[in-house]
Design a protein around this ligand. Structure first.
Ligand code: SAM
Length: 222
């Protein structure tokens, strides 16, 4: 089921911010958007109708991985985050009969930073993030120091971030940033068998190498 009310609330809050801002200022012809939006964080219990460990698939694509995992672990809650409307619709259709799946149409960094509560997530998955292989496009890659800061804040104590990519240079960058971050250690991920994502299925058919990394949160965020 898509969580539809949040954007409406966001819009209303934005409009309220604009009005308040305009009232505060003496020049009535200037309208300034307030950067400190009062965004309500998602309430897991309300969203899923129960309290359970939360796992989040970032850039969940068509939702095949998310839905398979949710079926395997019915006692946990699963949230997919995806920015493309058509993919969100695919997830919605797949998740119709799965009670422990929700999908949020949002930007990953915004959602992790502003919509998820502190220490609320047991596991994040970042599986085959857009690789942006051209050097001039690499600034668009999602995996940055800021991204890791936001993940660290949202993860529970000892929570994990699981990453997979077929791009060696992106993987090296991910490894380097992870080792440099004080909140994480690199954990062993070999024992875990996860459902295939749509992209992983394609890469396997092509015989492409797949690089994986699991990060475990070791220190509280300061
Ligand atoms: C290469 S696809 C991988 C999809 C899926 N994880 C899989 O492995 O099949 C990357 C996905 O991340 C989504 N995406 C990229 N950047 C995003 C962002 N900043 N916020 C939310 N979704 C994003 C894309 O729309 C796309 O669906």
């Amino acid at each position: 089921m898509a969580y539809r009310t949040h954007n409406d609330r966001l819009l209303l809050q934005r409009l309220a911010g604009v009005e308040a801002s305009a009232r505060r200022r003496h020049c009535p012809c200037v309208i300034e958007l307030m950067p400190e939006l009062q965004v309500a964080r998602l309430d897991g219990a309300q969203l899923f109708g129960r309290s359970a460990p939360l796992q989040v698939d970032l850039g969940c694509g068509d939702g095949s991985f998310l839905c398979e995992l949710a079926k395997q672990f019915p006692r946990k809650n699963f949230l997919g985050i995806e920015r493309l409307t058509k993919r969100v619709e695919k997830v919605r259709r797949k998740a119709q009969k799965i009670e422990n799946v929700r999908v949020l149409r949002a930007d990953t960094l915004f959602a992790v930073r502003h919509l998820l509560s502190e220490s609320s997530v047991e596991a994040f998955y970042l599986l085959f993030p857009d690789p942006w292989p051209k050097r001039r496009h690499q600034f668009r890659r999602i995996f940055t120091r800021d991204f890791l800061d936001a993940i660290a804040a949202a993860l529970e104590k000892h929570g994990v971030l699981r990453v997979a990519t077929d791009q060696l240079d992106y993987f090296r960058q991910i490894e380097w940033l992870s080792r440099a971050h004080s909140c994480f250690e690199i954990a062993d991920s070999h024992e875990l068998v996860l459902p295939l994502t749509k992209f992983e299925r394609t890469f396997r058919e092509q015989g492409a190498p797949i690089y994986r990394l699991t990060l475990r949160k070791t220190s509280p965020v300061r």
